[in-house]
Design a protein around this ligand. Structure first.
Ligand code: ATP
Ligand code: MG
Length: 395
C-alpha cells in the first residue's frame, strides 16, 4: 500500500484566534517552499484545523518528501497516510488488515483504534468503527492485544470523502514556521556560533537577514565564500536570506591606528553593531542577533557585552548566551553547519586581534578612545554602507 498523503502535526497549545491562523498560513507557505523541488505533484491543503500534504501524481519520491518536511520549523510530527476508497465497511476492514500486515509485519503489539468521522453521513459511528475494526484485528493477528490507555500503536481511521489511515509519526523539527514572528538581522561570521544563533532564532518563527563584515585583502575570497555557504545552509531552515557583505577594511585599519590595541575588538564590535543596525532599520528588522555567549572570549564578558550593546537601540538577541561551547558544537553538527564553520579561513577579527585584549572594559575609557575616531569615522561608515554588496541565498 502506498502512502499518498502526510498529515502534518503542529503544536497548537499556545495558538488562539488570529495567531493560530497566521501560524497555519506561515506553516503552509514554508511546507510549499520545502516541497518545491521534490519530484511529484504534491499539494498542501489546510482543512478543519489540519494540514495535509497530498500527492496528485501517480508517483512521487517518498523519501525525498519526508526529508524536505524534516527541514520545516513548526512541524512537530509527520504521519504518512494511506488513502482508501470508500467501498463499504467490509472492504475497509480488509484494507485495514492489509495495512497492518504491511506496516507491522508479524504484528504483536498493544493497540487502539481511533476513528474520526469528518463525514457525518457515514453509516457507522466512530465508536462502532473502533469496536469492529478492533475485533477484526484481534481475530486476524493473535499477537495483538487491545490497550485503550497506553497502546503501543494508535491506529487512526479518518472518514472523509475517502478514508485516511495512519499510525506512524515521524518527529519534525518543532519550533514555529519562519515568518510568523517578524524578522531579525543576524551578524554572521564564519565561526561556529553565529550560524547556530541564526538557526535558533529562526526556529522561533523569525525570518532572518544577515550581515558579514570582511576585510579584504586581510581576509580572503574563500573566507567570504564560507559565509555565503553558511548563510545558504541556514536558509534551508529559515527561507531565503538577504546577506549584506560589508567591506570593513578601512574602518578596521583606522581603529587600529587610533585606538589602544587592547580595546580593538570592542571598538570593531561597536561599529559592526552600528552598521548592522543601520541595515536592520532600513529593511524593517525588529532586532539584531549574534552568536555571543558569556565568557567565551574576552569580547564576550559581561562588561564587554555591555560596551557592545551600548551602541544599539534595537534589541540584541543572543540565543547562545548561556550555552557551553560543546553544546553549541553539537547543534552545529546536527544542523549541518559545523563542517563549513571549521574550515580554516581567517575571519576579519583574528587578524586585528590584540595579544592581551581587555576583559573588563570600562564604558568611560571606551567612549574616550572612540573620540579619537571623530575625524574620519562617519565618512568611513557611510562609505562602507554605500559599497555593501547584497547576496541573496536560498531562493
Ligand atoms: P562565531 O563562531 O559566530 O564567529 P566567535 O565565538 O568566533 O563566534 P566572536 O568572533 O567574538 O565570537 O564574535 C561574536 C559574534 O559577533 C559572532 O557570533 C557574530 O554574531 C558577530 N561577528 C563577529 N565577527 C563578525 C563578522 N566578521 N561579521 C559578522 N558578524 C561577526
Ligand atoms: Mg568569529
Amino acid at each position: 500500500m502506498q502512502y499518498r498523503a502526510f498529515l502534518i502535526k503542529y503544536a497548537e497549545i499556545a495558538l488562539k484566534g488570529k495567531n493560530r491562523y497566521l501560524f497555519e498560513n506561515a506553516l503552509v507557505d514554508q511546507i510549499r517552499r520545502a516541497l518545491k523541488n521534490v519530484e511529484g505533484d504534491l499539494r498542501v491543503r489546510k482543512e478543519q484545523g489540519r494540514i495535509y500534504v497530498e500527492c496528485h501524481s501517480d508517483t512521487y519520491d517518498y523519501e525525498e518528501c519526508l526529508q524536505a518536511l524534516g527541514w520545516v520549523f513548526g512541524i512537530v510530527g509527520i504521519c504518512p497516510v494511506v488513502i482508501l476508497e470508500d467501498n463499504g465497511f467490509e472492504e475497509l476492514t480488509k484494507d485495514v488488515l492489509r495495512y497492518m500486515e504491511e506496516a507491522y509485519p508479524g504484528c504483536s503489539l498493544t493497540f487502539k483504534v481511533n476513528a474520526r468521522r469528518a463525514r457525518k453521513a457515514y453509516p457507522l459511528q466512530s465508536m462502532e468503527i473502533n469496536a469492529r475494526l478492533g475485533e477484526a484485528i484481534l481475530d486476524a493477528f493473535p499477537g495483538m492485544g487491545v490497550d485503550v490507555h497506553h497502546p503501543q500503536l494508535l491506529l487512526n481511521v479518518e472518514v472523509r470523502e475517502k478514508i485516511y489511515v495512519y499510525s506512524q509519526e515521524i518527529p519534525g523539527l518543532g519550533g514555529m514556521p519562519a515568518g510568523c514572528n517578524g524578522k531579525a538581522m543576524l551578524l554572521l561570521s564564519g565561526g561556529i556560533d553565529s550560524p547556530v544563533a541564526g538557526y535558533m532564532i529562526s526556529r522561533r518563527g523569525v525570518s532572518i537577514e544577515a550581515v558579514y563584515f570582511h576585510a579584504p585583502p586581510y581576509t580572503s575570497e574563500r573566507a567570504r565564500q564560507k559565509v555565503v555557504d553558511l548563510a545558504t545552509q541556514v536558509s534551508a531552515y529559515c527561507g531565503p536570506v538577504r546577506l549584506h557583505v560589508v567591506n570593513f577594511t578601512d574602518i578596521q585599519l583606522y581603529i587600529y591606528d587610533q585606538c589602544p590595541h587592547d580595546e580593538l575588538t570592542i571598538h570593531m564590535r561597536r561599529y559592526m553593531m552600528r552598521i548592522a543596525e543601520h541595515f536592520a532599520v532600513e529593511d524593517g528588522c525588529q532586532g539584531l542577533v549574534t552568536g555571543e555567549s558569556i565568557g567565551q572570549v574576552a569580547s564576550q564578558t559581561m562588561q564587554s557585552l555591555t560596551a557592545t550593546n551600548q551602541v544599539c537601540t534595537l534589541p540584541v538577541y543572543r540565543p547562545l548566551i548561556a550555552f557551553d561551547k560543546q553544546d553549541i558544537i553539537e547543534i552545529a553538527q546536527k544542523i549541518g553547519t559545523y563542517e563549513t564553520s571549521v574550515l580554516p579561513f581567517e575571519d576579519c577579527c583574528t587578524i586585528f586581534v590584540a595579544k592581551h585584549p581587555v576583559t573588563k572594559p570600562s564604558l568611560k575609557s571606551i567612549e574616550r578612545s572612540e573620540q579619537r575616531l571623530k575625524e574620519k569615522i562617519d565618512d568611513l561608515v557611510a562609505q562602507a554602507i554605500e559599497t555593501t554588496e547584497i547576496v541573496m541565498v536560498g531562493m
